[in-house]
Structures are given as structure tokens and as C-alpha cells.
Ligand binder design. Structure first.
Ligand SMILES: Cc1cc2nc3c(=O)[nH]c(=O)nc-3n(C[C@H](O)[C@H](O)[C@H](O)COP(=O)(O)O)c2cc1C
Length: 183
């Protein structure tokens, strides 16, 4: 199996990237024969539908689309910015969303998780994420969500996940995610 872990935060000590670093360790334990990659969509140009007709001309875009196509399961960790997903993530989605109904996301198994500062975590952002996935005909992972609220209490200054209850819940979520991707 191939897993692609995508962080929507470009911040150095990002809680969402830290959540994925922890998740990648768990995925490696659960499925040691699998390949797990971390991707942060920080190098893509801003999407324009005029450029999209010629997307092979942009190396980063072609690579981003190949990563999505090759993955059996995608795990996305998005910060919540102003009640939605990050712009970096939305830009990546738009680049990987064409052609309509036949994009690299069509039929793809995708799970969204989030760490955010508010008490309810990134609940509003994740609901936008699921709508975006549905617009591209991806298969969102339906499961009690990993919403890490008050994330500033649960990660250290370098962005490592320290909260044991979150580690435990995320691990059991990933166990179910791997089973679903493998089914
Ligand atoms: C522009 C901006 C908007 C934000 N909007 C929200 C929000 O809507 N809800 C929330 O819980 N936190 C919000 N935050 C706080 C983020 O949840 C917090 O900075 C979090 O650590 C970002 O994730 P990261 O650590 O992975 O970068 C916002 C932060 C920024 C910079």
C-alpha cells in the first residue's frame, strides 16, 4: 500500500505536520511493507484554469498530480484558517481536480484530520474539506473525526505531538483507516 500524508500548514513547527509525523510512525508500525510519503504543497503556483490546460509545463504540478494518482490512501491534516481549510491546501486541490470526474482524486480514499487552536478544533474546516472531496468524487473516510482542539496545549514548541489521549485516539483511527484502504 502507498500512503500519502499531506499537511496544509507551511509553518515550521506546525501542529498539523506534527500530527502527520506521529501518524506516519503509526502507519509504518501498522503496515511495515507500505510506502508512506509526506507532502506539503508549498511550491505550487497559484492555480489558474488557463494554466491548467498546460499543467504538464509546471513540474511541481505534474509531480503533485502523480503523487495523488499513485496513493492508495491519502491522509490530510489541515489547519483551520477562518473556519475553512488553508489556502495552500485549496490551491493543491484545485490543481489536482481536473479533468472533471476523472481527476486523480476521483474514487480516491481520503481521510481528513485537523489540529487547531479553538476548543472545537478544526471542525468547521474539516466539514469544508469533506465538501471539496465530494466535489472531486473522492471517497471521504467516514469515521469519528480526529479534531485536536486547543492544539497549543498538546504539541511542544517544535511541533511534536505530546498529548497521550490524542496519540491513542489517532492510533485507533489509523488502524481503522488502514483496514478501510486495504479493503
Ligand atoms: C489566518 C489564521 C486564521 C485562523 N483561523 C482559525 C480558525 O478559524 N479556527 C481555529 O481553531 N484556529 C484558527 N487559527 C489558529 C490556528 O488553529 C493555529 O495557528 C494552528 O496552530 C495552525 O495550525 P499549524 O500549527 O499546523 O500551522 C487561525 C490562524 C491563522 C494564522
Amino acid at each position: 500500500m502507498k500512503f500519502l500524508c499531506v499537511s496544509g500548514s507551511l509553518r515550521q513547527a506546525s501542529h498539523n505536520t506534527g500530527l502527520l509525523r506521529f501518524a506516519m510512525g503509526v502507519l509504518n508500525d501498522l503496515a511495515p511493507e507500505s510506502e508512506t510519503k509526506l507532502y506539503i504543497p508549498s511550491q505550487l503556483p497559484l492555480f489558474s484554469s488557463a494554466m491548467d490546460r498546460d499543467s504538464k509545463a509546471y513540474q511541481g504540478v505534474a509531480d503533485a498530480r502523480k503523487l495523488v494518482s499513485a496513493a492508495d490512501g491519502i491522509l490530510i491534516a489541515s489547519p483551520e484558517y477562518n473556519y475553512s481549510v488553508s489556502g495552500a491546501l485549496k490551491n493543491w486541490f484545485d490543481w489536482c481536480s481536473e479533468p472533471y470526474l476523472k481527476s486523480p482524486f476521483a474514487g480516491k480514499k481520503v481521510a481528513g484530520i485537523s489540529a487547531a487552536a479553538s476548543f472545537v478544533g478544526g471542525a468547521r474546516g474539516l466539514s469544508h474539506l469533506n465538501e471539496i472531496l465530494m466535489s472531486m468524487m473522492a471517497q471521504p473516510f467516514v469515521h469519528p473525526e480526529v479534531l485536536v482542539g486547543e492544539s497549543f496545549k498538546k504539541f511542544d514548541a517544535s511541533g511534536e505531538l505530546k498529548d497521550e489521549a490524542t496519540q491513542e485516539f489517532l492510533s485507533s483511527y489509523l488502524k481503522d483507516f488502514v483496514r478501510w484502504v486495504n479493503a
